[in-house]
Design a protein around this ligand. Structure first.
Ligand code: GDP
Length: 438
């Protein structure tokens, strides 16, 4: 039995959490996992109309179904967030017995969050608009081979030595490169990490004590997940959930306004440790419109009342930061790029309900630069995306017909979502996907 990959086909926040939750409940699915990103990505699940929404940042949405849920080594893990999420789930009466977190996930440390904050400040008007979660600096330490992995939290002596070395590098970086003034103006960040700093100084002992304590609390969840995923694949279908969206990929997306891990199919393979031969279906998730968080070109952005209406109707505010998302019309160009680069077999279309009552609905089918048609982002060149003029189709008929037109402009739509609840979903599964799930 193989794996189904679920990938955001836009700039993230497409509603992957709900789609994974719907898939996770199907009979053949034996496990789900997240394999890229960190706690900068959020997903929200609403299991039934009478139950409250559950927002999670690290733990896969499948946890509410009781099926095995895995956080693979490709995820950058803030152990504080992870522990708080586990506690939150327990508070809601949801078991975490079936949760496994990779021993080899890299740990997001308080100094990563501070570095993220300082770097964004240094960039000024060029800032990316990160979530201050420390993702970029943690990914950089991984690449520089000075990162700390989850298993290291289980060995105080070793961790102490490792922190001496890393903090020895970070301290002068903060003071003399970023010229940090010892003040964290962002209140949320100050509350979260303020206790790990004294003036300019990183308090190593506070970090060490808390990391060791968290390591002990999380010990029972820490596993060799690569082996586990491969074991589950032999028993049934495994859902591989990506984070963010394809256009935020640092290699394939709209660089530099991207994230620091690869949310595309390659990232899922590397972050889970399975062979590409195991991927039987790639499901792309896209919204009936487009959103973007932070900076970067956005050809179909609506800076008017319609944009405000979509933002309000779709509750387009970051799960992690509460920041309003930039909203605009559906754009087939980024979705088609995601389809090509990830081998997307079928799509889930979400948030169709949000466009209800808006007329006309527009969607972009190609771009123009200086009157010349451009039929793909490749032909535009990512550096020129800010200069394009979107060419729209105007739509005045039913949302069902809108779906048909989107399908014609992109790919087959397997799943249609018209509300946050599990029951607000319509399936038109391709034979391939149906055979995998049932
Ligand atoms: P992710 O970042 O792609 O995992 O996105 P989330 O799972 O956080 O989804 C974003 C938000 O949209 C959540 O609050 C969901 O409950 C909500 N949502 C998902 N699908 C739909 C839908 O079809 N309609 C509406 N109105 N909300 C939806």
């Amino acid at each position: 039995m193989p794996a189904i990959a679920v990938i955001g086909a836009q700039w993230g926040d497409e509603g992957k959490g709900k789609i994974v939750d719907s898939l996770a409940t199907q009979p053949n699915v034996v496990a789900c996992g997240r394999f890229t990103g960190g706690d900068n990505a959020g997903h929200t699940i609403k299991p039934s109309p009478n139950e409250p929404s559950i927002a999670l940042n690290i733990i896969p949405s499948s946890i509410v179904t009781g099926k095995p849920s895995i956080v693979g080594h490709g995820v950058l893990v803030n152990p504080i967030t992870l522990y708080n999420e586990i506690e939150k789930l327990h508070g809601l009466g949801i078991s975490t017995e079936n949760l496994s977190v990779s021993l080899n996930s890299h740990v997001i440390m308080p100094y990563h969050r501070l570095e993220d904050y300082c770097l964004e400040k240094c960039k000024g008007s060029e800032s990316v608009g990160t979530t201050n979660r420390g993702i970029g600096p943690c990914a950089a330490d991984k690449a520089n081979r000075i990162g700390i992995q989850m298993w290291e939290l289980l060995n105080r002596e070793l961790l102490s030595e490792r922190l001496d070395f890393v903090i020895g590098l970070k301290q002068p970086l903060l003071e003399h490169v970023y010229h940090w003034d010892g003040i964290i103006t962002d209140e949320k960040l100050r509350t979260a990490i303020g206790g790990y700093f004294e003036g300019h100084k990183i308090k190593k002992d506070a970090i060490l004590d808390d990391c060791v304590a968290l390591g002990n609390k999380l010990k029972k969840y820490l596993k060799e997940t690569r082996e586990l995923v491969n074991k589950y694949i032999k028993a049934g279908v495994v859902i591989l959930e990506s984070a963010q969206g394809a256009l935020l990929d640092p290699d394939l997306g709209t660089w530099p306004y991207v994230t620091s891990t690869n949310p595309t199919i390659g990232g899922l393979l590397i972050g889970s440790g399975i062979s590409h031969k195991e991927i039987a279906y790639v499901l792309g998730v896209m919204k009936a419109y487009t959103t973007r968080v932070g900076g970067g070109p956005f050809p179909t952005e609506l800076k008017d009342e319609t944009g405000d209406r979509i933002r309000k109707g779709g509750n387009e505010y970051g799960t992690t930061t509460g920041r309003p998302r930039r909203c605009g019309w559906f754009d087939a160009m980024p979705v088609n790029l995601a389809i090509d680069e990830n081998g997307i077999d079928g799509l889930a279309l979400t948030k169709v309900d949000v466009l209800e009552g808006i007329e006309p609905i527009m969607f972009c089918v190609r771009y123009e630069i200086d009157g010349k048609p451009k039929n793909s982002i490749h032909s535009v060149g990512q550096n020129c995306l800010g200069m394009v003029k979107p060419v729209y189709i105007e739509h005045r008929r039913s949302l069902q017909e809108y779906k048909g037109e989107l399908e014609a402009a992109t790919a087959h739509i397997d799943i249609l979502s018209f509300g946050p609840g599990r029951e607000e979903t319509r399936y038109n599964l391709s034979d391939e996907l149906r055979n995998l799930l049932y």
